[in-house]
Design a protein around this ligand. Structure first.
Ligand code: SF4
Length: 416
């Protein structure tokens, strides 16, 4: 029996897709970089075929070692359309591969191709604004073992991103790709990471008008988060990754030694109190530690009023874990069903923001397609729809370029 779109999304994350010898990828979004070991694949849109979701975005592994044994094969071209065939039973699935944005190769006014500033990950723009995460500078390195950021920043993407680069790239993504959301991240930067992002947030808010999210290692001075909230940041996310302390220590040695796991939850709780429900998220990786810990982490994050963002572990080429196995579909299905139930129990308004489809994770609202049908399911789905309608004018207002406030940096000023 064919899989529904969310089941297929999960299976593609776990198994990847092989490219048929005659498949054409001309004109589609290329495999551009491997930010943190998540965005290394081929962007694909799966038709939702459901009143719950029109389309699901998935960044499908194509280069990792485990893909060689995938039963899925991609065929076709942009002109004729692409299909994914499951060679186990010859089921075929129509899919679309988004075209590469025309602005990718266009230079910013400093002459840097915009795809070296930011990339589309689904329907939103991702920009790594800070210097290389400093966990990579230690000897021996303290980087998270699944991550490849230290190999990308300065290679696949520009190391130095001025305000003008970020503003111009964001404006192009908004104007030409319909992006509503820009996500700024930057790994561990000691006590300077949050401060460093502030001018970027101001400039995007004033000159472009987009929803802005920030993802950094947590900092101990929580008044810095208050400043971001006052600046109008729309989303804050915290990558705690793993719940079991031993696994956390083993996979994320820098986070363990320099920050400690509890700080992630404390920062999440602080921000969740200051921001609207659903504006904060806790990110975890499923498929490394035993699944019971992943389920517990989901419950813990949702209980704070944050939404869990669950990445399916990808043993990305070049990472320390590149030879590890990819997770099992059955386990990941269970995780995603649990994710939906946790959001439902805590009335987290998943899927309320306009046009934010994240290709590198299973979006929480995608999981409605695999959730058991119950009276609670129908009540939550009706409520989510109501929230989405009511939130529409609020999000429209937040996407208007706003007037510069007093004391802000000159918009367009290159950073020192
Ligand atoms: S904190 Fe970990 S995952 Fe994030 S950039 Fe640094 S090494 Fe990579």
């Amino acid at each position: 029996m064919p899989l529904n779109a969310c089941e297929l999304e999960i299976d593609l994350f776990c198994r990847g897709v092989r490219l048929a010898p005659d498949v054409s990828l001309d004109g589609v979004r290329g495999v551009s970089r491997t930010r943190a070991g998540l965005g290394s694949g081929l962007e694909m849109i799966l038709p939702g075929r459901s009143w719950m979701k029109d389309a699901l975005w998935v960044n499908v592994p194509v280069e990792e070692h485990f893909v060689a044994s995938s039963p899925y094969v991609l065929r076709g071209s942009l002109a004729s359309g692409h299909v994914v065939e499951d060679e186990r039973d010859h089921t075929t699935y129509d899919v679309s591969l988004p075209p590469e944005p025309a602005w990718y190769t266009r230079p910013t006014s400093r002459g840097i191709p915009m795809q070296r500033i930011g990339v589309m990950q689904g329907t939103y723009l991702g920009i790594y604004v800070n210097m290389v995460c400093t966990f990579w500078n230690y000897q021996p390195a303290l980087n998270c073992r699944f991550c490849t950021t230290g190999q990308n920043v300065g290679a696949a993407e520009s190391e130095d991103k001025a305000l003008t680069d970020v503003v111009e790239t964001s404006a192009a993504a908004k104007r030409e790709s319909g992006a509503t959301f820009v996500h700024l991240n930057g790994g561990f930067q000691g006590t300077r990471g949050i401060e460093f992002t502030e001018p970027y947030i101001r400039a995007i808010k004033e000159r472009v008008g987009m929803l802005v999210g920030v993802q950094l290692a947590p900092e101990r001075d929580f008044t810095r988060y208050d400043r971001l909230v006052d600046l109008g940041v729309d989303h804050l996310s915290f990558c705690v990754e793993l719940l079991d302390p031993e696994w956390f220590r083993k996979i994320c040695p820098g986070k363990d030694r320099m920050l400690g796991q509890q700080l992630f939850f404390d920062a999440m709780a602080h921000c969740a109190r200051r921001m609207p429900k659903g504006a904060v998220s806790g990110e975890i990786i499923a498929g490394l530690e035993p699944i019971e810990h992943t389920l517990e982490a989901i419950d813990r994050i949702a209980a704070l009023g944050a939404f869990p963002t669950v990445c399916i572990f990808r043993p990305t080429v070049g990472s320390d874990l590149q030879d590890w196995p990819s997770p099992r579909y059955e386990d990941m299905l269970r995780v995603m069903q649990h994710l939906y139930e946790a959001c439902r129990r805590h009335w987290i308004p998943i899927g309320a923001a306009p046009n934010i489809e994240v290709s590198i994770v299973v979006n929480p609202d995608d999981t409605a397609l695999v959730a058991p049908r119950s009276p609670g399911f129908w009540a939550y789905e009706a409520w989510r729809r109501g929230v989405k309608v009511l939130a529409k004018p609020v999000f429209a207002w937040k996407q208007r370029p706003r007037k510069p406030g007093r004391g802000v940096e000159l918009a367009g000023q290159a950073r020192a």
